[in-house]
Design a binder for this molecule. Sequence first.
Ligand code: NI
Length: 249
Amino acid sequence: MFIDTHCHIFKEYYEDINEILNNAKNNGITKFINNGCDKSSNKEVLTLIDKYENMYGAIGIHPESVDTYKEEDLNFITSHLSHPKIIAIGEIGLDYHYTKENKAEQIKLFEKNLKIATSFNLPVIIHSRDATEDTINILKKYPVTGVIHSFSGSLETAQIYIKMGFSLGINGVITFKNSKLKEVIKKIPLTNLVLETDSPYLTPEPYRGTKNEPARILDIAKYIANLKEISLEDLSKITNENVKRIFDI
Ligand code: NI
């Protein structure tokens, strides 16, 4: 039994969400954390967690929405945090991959999200792309922990995050042929890792090029169990304990 700690299960991506969740169940993936990114996906997270018993939600404003979000979108988040199945603020962070021009605005938005997490005492799910230094420096200002989603950095960066109390979210990227992540993850204790798909993105090998779904956690888990030379059962036990330590699931 596995938990997908980071997916985006929305009507926009999946015609039949029931079928996607059944596929996952048939592959032993029993729980999901569905991550919102903006007002409309945050709203949909709230609808879906009421509909699906095994689905939990994270709501937040993603850096990609920096130019379009409104202050009321943040108020919408704070006014729904009493929902017992909203278990984190996410997906939030910094993304300098396409442009650094809006860096100041991104940092402002990131800090607004972090202030919410701090005042509601919730863990965070962090997106950081080409922005490691700023992400670390900003996170250090807030008494928060959680998951560094889609971690793919160096061993040194991994160790800094772990020392700060964060866990690393590992997905299909580790199976990519040119990924240097395998060597890093070999050296990281399993107690610091959680599994995720980032569905519909980042489909693991050998399915790369098709739409990802939570059922693929099993492929990622098999890959990591083999890499770490442990049984699938032990990997399941350890990573599920990690998830329960971070999130109120
Ligand atoms: Ni994501």
